[in-house]
Design a protein around this ligand. Structure first.
Ligand code: THU
Length: 140
């Protein structure tokens, strides 16, 4: 499925991810992550990482932004940006689980936007991030 043409601004998405990162609940790792995505309705959804004293039930910023999109009725990610770091923003590439979560709602046009070292903005397709990925055909 190909995304409808939805315009987005890379810098605006990064800024939204930085803004939500402030709310990260990361008392155990100290690593705060913010994620912002634009869906196929042109809607912005944000998420931050939410850790828990029972470590395995903590959740990642990207996954939380995706949950927000789905709850609002969005079904495709046009672009998603993530920023993270223990103190300042550093290069923060999505973990394996988040790549699979992004993949579920991506197509070949979806952009995954990251801040690299030196704060350069780079973007990737899901195939670059997660080659030969697992998928299932939805049941009809
Ligand atoms: N984290 C994310 O939120 N997204 C990622 O893609 C990588 C890791 C969070 C999980 C945990 O709260 C902290 O960063 C350190 O791993």
């Amino acid at each position: 499925m190909v995304s409808k043409k939805v315009q987005f601004d890379e810098q605006q998405l990064i800024d939204a991810a930085k803004k939500v990162r402030v709310h990260a609940h990361a008392p155990y790792s100290g690593y705060r992550v913010g994620a912002a995505l634009i869906d196929d309705n042109g809607q912005l959804h944000c998420g931050c990482n939410v850790e828990n004293a029972a470590f395995p039930i903590g959740s990642c910023a990207e996954a939380n932004a995706i949950c927000s999109m789905v709850a609002a009725g969005g079904s495709r990610i046009v672009a998603i940006a993530a920023v993270g770091g223990a103190e300042d923003i550093e290069a923060c590439t999505p973990c394996g689980g988040c790549r699979q979560s992004i993949r579920e709602f991506s197509d070949e046009n979806t952009r995954i936007i990251l801040i690299g070292d030196g704060h350069k903005i780079t973007s990737y397709s899901i195939d670059e991030m997660l080659p030969a990925s697992f998928s299932l055909k939805p049941a009809s």
